[in-house]
Write a protein that binds this ligand. Structure first.
Ligand code: ZN
Length: 519
C-alpha cells in the first residue's frame, strides 16, 4: 500500500495546516485582544492558502490514481477504500472551483458581511440588494463548476450534505410542512405555557457551573476538550484529542447558557467519538452538516428538554438557584422550557416551529437559484410566505430577509437544509437507540447516559466521514431517512403538554396557517 501511505503523509500535512487555522480562529473568537484582528485575518488566510495549494497539487491527483488501483480489491467499507473514495470527492471539488472564483467570493463575502452588520440593525435592505444580487451570481457560478446537475442548488447542497439533492430535500420538507403547519396551529390555539420562571436573573458563574455538571454527565471528556466563552458559540477540533466547545451567558434568563452548552456538547461528543485510526485524514470528520446537527439537537432537545432528564437534574438546578426555583414545580419548569409560540426569530424558535423557519428559507433559496424569484422581490416574498406558514406578520426586513447572517457571509444555497435534516435525523437515531436499548429512558431519569452515548458511538461517531449520511442512517436504523420518527416524537411530547386532541395527530394541511379553522 505504498501510494496509500504516501497519500496519508500528504493528507496529514494538510490536516495540520487546517487544524492550525482552526486554532487561530478559536483564539480569535475567544481570547484574542481586539488589536490582533488584522494580523490574525492575514495569518489565517496564509495557512488556508497553503493547505489549499498542498491539497490541490497535481501530485495528489496522481497519488489518488495509484491508491485507487491499490485499494480496488478492498471491501468498500474498509478504511483504505473509504479514505480514497472520500479524498477523491474532496479533491475533485477543490480542483474544479477556480482559485480566482474562490478569492473573488471570499472578498465579496467579507465586504457583504461588513455591510450587513450595519444594514441589519438599520433595517436597510436597499443597501444589501446589489450585494445580494452579486452573491446570487457568484453562487450560480460556483454551482456551474459542477455541470450535469438536476437543480442548480444540487452542487451547493452536496458540499455540506453530500448525497442530498434539492428534489429529495424538497420532498422530505413538503411532507414535513403538511404536518407541522396544523400541529403549530393546534398548539398555539391552546393557552401558552407560562415561562416566567425562566425569565429571572441568574448569575453567570452558577449557570456555567450547572452546564459543566451536565456535560460531564453526558460524557464530554475534559481531558480531550475545553469549554470557553464566546459571543457566537461553536465547536471546533484541532485533533481527536482536543475538541473545544464554546458557550455564551445571558444573566436575565435562567437557562441563558444551558441549552447552548448542551447543543455544542452534542457536536463535541460526536467528534470525540471518532475512531483514533482516522486521525489526520479527511475521514476524521463529521459525515455531513445534517448528521452533525442531528447530534447537537439530540443532546440538547431529545435528551436535555425531556421530562426524564429533568426528573434527575431539576432538584440539582433548584439547589443551584434556590431563590429563583425553590417554589417552582418540576412540571411548571418542564412546560416553560418547552413553550411553543409563533415567533419572528429562527434562533429563538422552539422545537415545533423551528423547522418552518428553515423550510421558508430553503424554499426562497431554491426560487432565487432556479430563477423564479429576483432579489428585488425577496423581501416581499419573505413576508408573504412567513405569514402563510407562521401565521404572524413580519414588521420589517430586519426581522425578515435581513435576519440571518448566512446569505450575507456565504453562498445562497447549501446550508439551511442541514438544520432541519439534523432535526429529522436526530429523532430517527434516537428512536433506533431506544429500540435497541429500551432501558435508556429509565437510565436518563437517573442521570446515566452511557448506554445512549455508547450506541451513538458504535453506530455513528466512530465512523467519522467514512459513510454518507444516507448510508449511516440505513446502517444505524435499518431504514432510509424519514420524517415519521420526528413527527412521532413531536406528537408524543407535545400532545400531553398541550392536551391536543388525538384526531389532530395525522392532520395535514398545505394552506395558510391563519386560514385553518380554530379547533
Ligand atoms: Zn449546531
Amino acid at each position: 500500500m505504498k501510494a496509500l501511505d504516501e497519500l496519508k503523509t500528504r493528507l496529514l500535512e494538510v490536516s495540520d495546516l487546517n487544524s492550525s487555522t482552526a486554532l487561530l480562529r478559536w483564539d480569535q473568537q475567544t481570547y484574542m485582544p481586539r488589536g490582533g484582528a488584522a494580523a490574525r485575518g492575514r495569518q489565517m488566510a496564509t495557512l488556508s492558502r497553503l493547505a489549499h495549494e498542498k491539497f490541490t497539487d497535481a501530485a495528489v491527483g496522481r497519488l489518488l490514481d495509484r491508491a485507487e488501483r491499490e485499494t480496488a480489491s478492498l471491501p468498500p467499507d474498509s478504511d483504505g477504500a473509504a479514505l480514497v473514495r472520500v479524498t477523491r470527492r474532496l479533491y475533485e471539488r477543490s480542483v474544479r472551483i477556480p482559485a480566482s472564483l474562490v478569492s473573488e467570493f471570499d472578498e465579496h463575502n467579507a465586504a457583504t458581511y461588513q455591510a450587513w452588520t450595519v444594514a441589519q440593525p438599520a433595517n436597510d435592505f436597499a443597501t444589501m440588494r446589489p450585494l445580494l444580487e452579486k452573491t446570487l451570481e457568484l453562487s450560480r457560478r460556483k454551482a456551474n463548476c459542477f455541470p450535469g446537475y438536476e437543480s442548480i442548488a444540487d452542487p451547493l447542497i452536496d458540499m455540506d450534505d453530500h448525497g442530498m439533492k434539492a428534489s429529495s430535500v424538497r420532498e422530505l420538507f413538503s411532507a414535513l410542512r403538511a404536518r407541522l403547519v396544523p400541529l403549530v396551529h393546534a398548539i398555539t390555539s391552546r393557552p401558552p405555557a407560562d415561562d416566567s420562571c425562566l425569565r429571572q436573573h441568574a448569575p453567570a458563574a452558577e449557570q456555567l457551573a450547572f452546564g459543566a455538571q451536565v456535560i460531564k454527565a453526558f460524557g464530554f471528556d475534559s481531558e480531550r476538550g475545553r469549554l470557553d466563552l464566546t459571543p457566537h458559540p461553536f465547536t471546533t477540533r484541532f485533533s481527536l484529542g482536543d475538541v473545544r466547545i464554546t458557550t455564551r451567558v445571558r444573566e436575565d434568563v435562567l437557562t441563558g447558557s444551558l441549552f447552548v452548552t448542551l447543543h455544542e456538547c452534542g457536536h463535541a461528543l460526536y467528534e470525540q467519538g471518532i475512531r483514533g485510526e482516522l486521525e489526520g485524514t479527511p475521514l476524521a470528520a463529521v459525515a455531513s452538516f445534517g448528521v452533525d446537527e442531528s447530534q447537537s439537537r439530540l443532546w440538547e432537545n431529545l435528551v436535555g428538554r425531556s421530562r426524564g432528564f429533568w426528573e434527575h437534574f431539576y432538584p440539582k438546578l433548584q439547589q443551584a438557584f434556590p431563590k429563583q426555583l425553590g417554589e417552582v414545580e418540576l412540571d411548571t419548569f418542564y412546560r416553560a422550557i418547552n413553550r411553543v409560540e409563533r415567533s419572528l426569530c429562527r434562533g429563538h424558535a422552539d422545537e415545533v416551529t423551528y423547522n418552518l423557519h428553515i423550510l421558508l428559507r430553503f424554499g426562497l433559496e431554491l426560487d432565487l437559484l432556479e430563477g423564479r424569484l429576483a432579489v428585488k422581490d425577496l423581501p416581499h416574498a419573505w413576508r408573504e410566505r412567513f405569514e402563510a406558514d407562521l401565521g404572524i406578520p413580519v414588521p420589517d426586513d430586519r426581522l425578515g430577509v435581513l435576519q440571518d447572517v448566512h446569505w450575507y457571509s456565504g453562498p445562497i444555497g447549501g446550508v439551511f437544509q442541514g438544520y432541519t435534516l439534523g432535526n429529522v435525523m436526530s429523532a430517527q437515531f434516537h428512536a433506533a437507540a431506544l429500540a435497541a436499548h429500551p432501558e435508556i429512558p429509565g437510565q436518563i431519569a437517573k442521570g446515566e447516559f452511557g448506554t445512549l452515548r455508547g450506541w451513538l458511538r458504535d453506530n455513528l461517531y466512530q465512523h467519522g466521514a467514512r459513510f454518507t449520511a444516507a448510508e449511516l442512517i440505513r446502517r444505524a436504523t435499518g431504514k432510509d431517512m424519514s420524517s415519521e420518527p420526528y413527527l412521532d416524537y413531536l406528537w408524543r411530547k407535545y400532545q400531553p403538554l398541550y392536551r391536543l386532541e388525538e384526531r389532530g395527530r395525522y392532520a395535514t394541511g398545505n394552506g395558510p396557517l391563519k386560514a385553518q379553522p380554530a379547533s
